[in-house]
Write a protein that binds this ligand. Structure first.
Ligand SMILES: Nc1ncnc2c1ncn2[C@@H]1O[C@H](COP(=O)(O)OP(=O)(O)OP(=O)(O)O)[C@@H](O)[C@H]1O
Length: 282
């Protein structure tokens, strides 16, 4: 069953008319891009900085409208839906950000942060909200005592766990993760990847996972799409990608990223592996 589908998406910035934008150069951030995601799939989206990954995420979430092309959720075309029409789909599609702290209201406690989407979607009873928040905290590996803490009283890993808890509070079907663990150290990153994997099985989630880290793709993604200058230049299964990349851009990407399975790296690039150069998260 296709959960999400994008057909010939284009997003151009700087095309608006006005004194401020008149002389600005336009940017073709997403260029004739099509992709689909099956229910239960984890799709990795990799590509260098500025290639359009976050723009694509915003288009898929309906936070921005494409210049042309269509987006569909369970065969429902929501491209032209208004903000309020998007409500029911937003409930099913959530996002985890690179820097959760920046996305939290600093005056909210953990309980309020995780409870906010529940309140927005009609859960008026404080007791029921608190029970769901407590269940959700447990799911992400935080304790009840964290419920009254403010974001700045949490470690970076705990903040990301709260970001995940907020995303799953409404029990969505799809989570779009935009480099959620890039600020964490290797050990924490592995713990968080394991957590997402457990949640996937427990809650039946699908993921679009934006990352620079090819070891994540290898370990976590069922398939991977490589983006270059707003286009998907290659899409394959995660393991195949690291063994048989076709597109020259993907090969460059593979050779420039230090995180790789040492055996694959040796096989792909004919290099001797130096243990000190690897920080594989396995
Ligand atoms: N609101 C905007 N207005 C104008 N240009 C934008 C806007 N958002 C993104 N861009 C441009 O679109 C291009 C793609 O940006 P985007 O943030 O999607 O890339 P990215 O692959 O997510 O980068 P990174 O990995 O660094 O986050 C960039 O050239 C960026 O400057």
């Amino acid at each position: 069953m296709k959960l999400l589908k994008a057909v010939s998406l284009n997003k151009k910035y700087g095309m608006e008319r006005g004194w401020f934008t008149r002389n600005a150069r336009s940017v073709h951030a997403v260029n004739n891009l099509s992709l689909s995601l099956e229910s239960g799939e984890t799709l990795g989206l990799v590509g260098e900085s500025g290639c359009g990954k976050s723009t694509l995420a915003r288009l898929l979430l309906g936070l921005e409208k494409p210049s042309s092309g269509r987006v569909m959720y369970r065969n429902e075309d929501y491209t032209d839906w208004t903000f309020s029409e998007m409500r029911m789909i937003r409930r099913k599609m959530q996002m985890v950000f690179q820097n959760s702290l920046a996305s939290f209201n600093p005056l909210f406690t953990v309980e309020q942060i995780i409870g906010e989407p529940l309140r927005n979607y009609g859960e008026r009873k404080a007791g029921a909200r608190r029970a769901t928040v407590a269940d959700t905290l447990e799911l992400v590996g935080l304790e009840r005592r964290h419920i009254h803490r403010y974001p700045h009283e949490l470690s970076g890993g705990q903040q990301q766990r709260v970001g995940i808890a907020r995303a799953i509070a409404l029990r969505p079907e799809l989570i779009i993760c935009d480099e959620p663990f890039s600020s964490l150290d290797v050990t924490l990153r592995k713990q968080m990847m394991d957590l997402l994997q457990e949640l996937k099985h427990e809650l039946g989630l699908s993921y679009v996972f934006i990352t620079h880290d090819l070891s994540v793709v290898n370990r976590f993604c069922d398939s991977v799409a490589v983006m270059c200058q707003g286009e998907i230049v290659e899409k394959q299964s995660g393991a195949t990608m690291l063994q048989q990349a076709d597109h020259p851009y993907t090969k460059t990407l593979l050779s420039s990223v230090p995180v790789q399975d040492p055996r694959l790296r040796k096989k792909r690039l004919g290099e001797e592996w130096q243990p000190s150069h690897s920080y594989d998260v396995k």
